[in-house]
Design a protein around this ligand. Structure first.
Ligand SMILES: [Zn+2]
Length: 226
C-alpha cells in the first residue's frame, strides 16, 4: 500500500517542518545502495565519521519498494546481530536514510545473565523480548516523561559506555517494509533503544546527552596493574 503525499508530509514534518523534502526522491537511489551493498564489510561507522553527524534523509516510497533497500535492511540486521547489539540505524552502516531496526532476543537475555546480571537487575532496567522491528521515517512521542538514567553503549562508539537519561515510555510511528504506517507503544529498555536509534537519524550520539562523568572505557579495569 502506497502512502499519500499528505501522509508522507506528516511523517516528514518531524524534521524541522521541511515537508517539501519528503516529496523529493532521496539521493540514496537504489543504484547508490547497490554500490554500497557490494562492500561486504560488517563494520559499523565510528564516531568522527561525518555521516553520523548528518541528519538522515526521509526515505521515499520508490526506495522502500526496491530490492536494494530490502538488502540494506538485511545488512543492518546482520551487522547488529554480529555485534550482539539490540538496535541499529542506517547511518551506522554508511547510509544516510531514516531507518532504524531493533530486536531483543532470548539469546540476548541469556547473554545478560552470562555477564552476571540477575533477574532483579534485568527487571529494573526494563528489558523485554522484542521481535525484529524496522521503522522507516520514524518519529516518537513521549508517553511517560519520567527520566530513567541507565548505562548504555553504541556500535559507533565502540568500547565505551555512559549513563544516559531517557524517557520511560514512548510511542514510535513510521512505515514498515511494505510502506504501511505502523505505531508501537513501548516502555523500559525497548523505549530506550528506540530513542537512541532515532537520535542517530538526527546526527546525535549518546555522548551528546550522557551524564559526562559516567563516560567510561568498558574494559578500564584491564589497565590497572596488579
Ligand atoms: Zn548507537
Amino acid at each position: 500500500m502506497a502512502l499519500s503525499t499528505s501522509k508522507l508530509a506528516k511523517l516528514g514534518s518531524y524534521h524541522g517542518g521541511i515537508c517539501i523534502k519528503c516529496r523529493q526522491v532521496s539521493k540514496w537511489l537504489p543504484s547508490s545502495l547497490r554500490t554500497l551493498l557490494n562492500m561486504d564489510s560488517l563494520q559499523t561507522r565510528q564516531i568522527g565519521d561525518p555521516i553520523l553527524r548528518q541528519e538522515a534523509e526521509i526515505v521515499d516510497i520508490t526506495t522502500i519498494h526496491s530490492p536494494e533497500f530490502k538488502q540494506m535492511v538485511e545488512r543492518m540486521f546482520k551487522v547488529m546481530r554480529k555485534a550482539d547489539a539490540y538496535g541499529i540505524s542506517a547511518p551506522q552502516i554508511g547510509v544516510g536514510l531514516r531507518v532504524i531496526a531493533v530486536e531483543f532476543t532470548g539469546k540476548n537475555f541469556k547473554d545478560l545473565k552470562t555477564r552476571g546480571m540477575n533477574d532483579k537487575e534485568i527487571k529494573r532496567l526494563g528489558f523485554s523480548l522484542v521481535t525484529p522491528r524496522v521503522f522507516i521515517n520514524p518519529e516518537y512521542r513521549v508517553i511517560d516523561s519520567t527520566l530513567l538514567a541507565f548505562r548504555e553503549g553504541c556500535l559507533s562508539v565502540e568500547g565505551y559506555s555512559a549513563i544516559v537519561p531517557r524517557a520511560k515510555e514512548i510511542e514510535v510511528s513510521g512505515l514498515d517494509m511494505e510502506a504501511r504506517p505502523i505505531t508501537w507503544r513501548t516502555m523500559g529498555w525497548p523505549a530506550r533503544m528506540v530513542q537512541h536509534e532515532v537520535e542517530h537519524l538526527k546526527g546525535n550520539l549518546f555522548v551528546d546527552s550522557m551524564l559526562y562523568k559516567s563516560f567510561m572505557k568498558n574494559d578500564w579495569r584491564k589497565y590497572i596493574k596488579k
